[in-house]
Unconditional design. Structure first.
Length: 324
């Protein structure tokens, strides 16, 4: 059932991208704020309680719907519920329109427009970046976005679904990532800063996210290695993953670098909805060629080949289960 749920969710997302994504984001933010205001006392134990409630209640509701549908309506309706949850939690829509617009601007030689579009995507003030820097940033953002909105969701969905818990895994992964952003206090104090998350809550959400993303990050890196240049991807993974501020993101970016033979790293921008994505500091670069326009095509091919590989593996497992 996991294979068919993922297949239909991917097809639905490609045919009709989610139109209420912003509403879901606002609802999630409201839920995170309510839990924080209710349970955030500054104590580390209470921080874990807050995180557990913020994660546990939505996951429990998703599980209850799944169980009730399985008991009273049948597996078909339970699968449709999984499709709906996956439709809301994964997809290429989170980065594909940015990627397409920037690639088109670069292909017609309009580097100024590409800079503008990249600034809109990153939320940073416009910088006069070189063509190579624009391409590098686009590859980095796309690799992490594909991991967090596609492969990471798929990993946890398959794990939980294999345990009979339906689409809970997809919600678990997305909420863990969201809380790591929602409970981060800004570096610059603002009006009402006393109502913002305290360090204990922020640290707790960050630790939980690192643990949650540890396996998916390495599964994504392995997928990129298998469908790309395997030897170079593994070599970059081993030697260059520590060049990036975040250990899990570093694994994904290093493997991406080796898989398509492109140099990544250096001074990074920050996506507005991915504050933990890449910190604006200078880091070492990976090996590989300087970013060129054809690397964007290579990146698209890498992601789609990895998706196809995952779907084929799930199809084989589903077939084996049905025949067994």
């Amino acid at each position: 059932m996991s294979f068919f749920a993922l297949l239909f969710a991917f097809l639905l997302e490609q045919a009709r991208p989610l139109s209420f994504g912003e509403s879901l984001e606002r609802f999630s933010q409201a839920w995170a704020d309510r839990v924080r205001k209710t349970l955030d006392t500054g104590d580390q134990r209470h921080a874990w309680t807050a995180w557990g409630l913020a994660m546990g209640l939505p996951c429990l509701l998703v599980l209850m719907v799944h169980v009730l549908l399985m008991w009273f309506a049948g597996w078909l309706f339970a699968m449709l519920w999984s499709v709906a949850v996956l439709y809301a939690t994964l997809g290429f829509r989170h980065f594909s329109h940015h990627f397409t617009g920037i690639r088109h601007a670069l292909s017609v030689g309009d580097d100024v427009q590409a800079n503008t579009l990249l600034s809109q995507w990153s939320g940073a003030k416009g910088e006069n970046l070189s063509r190579e820097e624009i391409i590098r940033h686009v590859i980095e953002y796309s690799a992490i976005a594909a991991h967090r909105h596609v492969f990471g969701v798929v990993v946890w969905f398959v794990v939980f679904a294999g345990l009979g818990l339906g689409p809970v895994g997809a919600v678990f992964y997305r909420l863990s990532e969201f809380l790591s952003r929602a409970w981060v206090s800004p570096e610059t104090p603002v009006l009402g800063a006393a109502e913002l998350s305290n360090p204990a809550l922020e640290t707790t959400a960050a630790k939980a996210w690192r643990v949650t993303d540890w396996v998916p990050a390495r599964m994504t890196a392995l997928s990129f290695a298998v469908v790309g240049n395997f030897e170079d991807a593994v070599e970059a993974w081993r030697h260059d993953a520590t060049h990036f501020p975040d250990s899990n993101d570093g694994v994904v970016l290093a493997a991406t670098s080796g898989a398509i033979n492109v140099r990544l790293g250096g001074k990074n921008l920050v996506l507005p909805d991915e504050e933990s994505l890449l910190t604006p500091q200078a880091v070492e670069t990976t090996a590989g060629r300087e970013p060129e326009l054809f690397h964007l095509r290579s990146m698209v091919g890498l992601v789609w080949r990895a998706v196809v590989m995952w779907m084929l593996l799930l199809a084989l497992l589903t077939l084996a289960r049905l025949l067994g």
